[in-house]
Design a protein around this ligand. Sequence first.
Ligand code: 5GP
Length: 180
Amino acid sequence: MLIGPGGVGKGTIARRLTERDPKLWLSRSWTTRAKRESETGDEYVFVDRETFEQAIDEGRFLEWAQFHGNLYGTPVPTDTGGADVLLEIEVQGAEQVRRHYDDVVIFLIVPPSMDQLEARLRGRGDTEDHVQRRLHSTANEMRIGERLATHVIVNDDVERATGEILSILEMLRRDRRSLA
Ligand code: 5GP
């Protein structure tokens, strides 16, 4: 799992990881949040609240959480072709997943500085009110994230951070093979 405050670059790292590592399978979440103008529509399955709540009732989520008034959820993974499942989620969801699986690897992605994080949040085109609310939840995401994380990765450069995660995954896979 990739966790960390909004705007830290988890989404970009997640995409780069799957481009560089064919043994990773990136889960596509559902959300009730409105699509941003900068988004193509592939980022999430965008649904209304009623559709999301029905999916909860039908047990279709591995985890789900409310974040800034919107619901986000990971569908139970299917057809992964034996790949390792990659989730890019917030901390409440990560806690739920961790409770169900004992072999999870959790990367907390942190910004090189708080100024840079603020600049990135503004650059996404969200409203000022939205940016402020996201900045407020940053401390919480970091605090819980540090408790959950098995690894902390500084996103000073996307390629470098992606490379660091891939090396750790390769090491863990070697251990897993030797234990099998
Ligand atoms: P955003 O609205 O910026 O796309 O996402 C807000 C937060 O929700 C981010 O921290 C993102 O990682 C998280 N998120 C995205 N998908 C899921 C999901 O399926 N479950 C949970 N719990 N969080 C998610």
